[in-house]
Design a protein around this ligand. Sequence first.
Ligand code: NAD
Length: 302
Amino acid sequence: MQCDCCSATYRFLTLTCHKLPDLHNSVALTKRMVEKKLQNQVAVVTGASSGIGAGVAIALASAGATVVVNHPVAATEADAANILAAIQSEGGTGIIFQCDVSNEEEVVRMFTEVIARFGTVDILINNAGIQRDASFEHMTLEQWNKVIAVNLTGQFLCAREAIREFLKRGIQPRKSKAAGKIICMSSVHEVIPWSGHANYAASKGGIMMLMKSIAQEFAPHKIRINSIAPGAIKTPINHNAWATPAAEAKLLELIPYQRVGIVEDIAAAAVWLASDDSDYVNGTTLFVDGGMTLYPGFSENG
Ligand code: NAD
């Protein structure tokens, strides 16, 4: 199929490029990422029917992993199926799986069924996340609870199931030096306060200490747990922040590297953190943010 706006023939682009023009680059980069460093490993990617999760799922598959493309509800099934089709068109393997990560029963069922089908889980990408923005005095308990439930409790529930499996299985040296790898999708807002988004920033700050605490607890079992903290990446979650030239120019004031990120920037980091190339990296947050956390406001003001 050809893309409506660019004549590209990549299947993944035909799904998304009218929304996410920079994915042109992204797919080209993914295609270069062919070394099969994750061969024979099974990866669960939560929230993988769009944005960063979709890009990570495709990149893990091109690195050889069998990928579970998780999506939350029936309405996201078609998008998840399209991501799986993109994976399969490149010779990759995987399944789609509907599961709300904030629902304990559904998470347990997802891991049970994936392990029954593929034998184990080797990699968890704890990616699903949402925003429900409001000024603090107007923030409802529902808005607070929903963001904490998906962004933080969801990561707890999925990490717990993954760790139970890693402990049970142990290391299989022909696949990986580690018994398992977990990558938590955090945000620069695990350290940058964000007015109007207190629920989101609190969830990401919580992810930081969840990740570090369990990394410390399970390092002796050779389980590696790290976070990726994206800066501004072009996805549906922040569409308004980059959709017009004026919005993008304003966003660039926060990014010393002077480019808004693309999902492939995050996907490349995820493949590295999931592979043995990062075997001695544990309990850390990798900021993939073009320098957003460098306090750019101080560059001409101090
Ligand atoms: P996105 O909206 O495209 O992706 C979020 C995904 O989570 C969607 O596919 C959605 O269906 C899924 N999801 C929502 N609720 C779910 C649930 N209950 N169970 C399972 N899946 C669920 O946005 P994105 O930018 O790709 O976000 C992915 C992650 O990256 C999030 O954790 C987000 O906080 C983080 N992040 C994004 C940026 C950015 O600039 N885009 C920056 C920092 C952090």
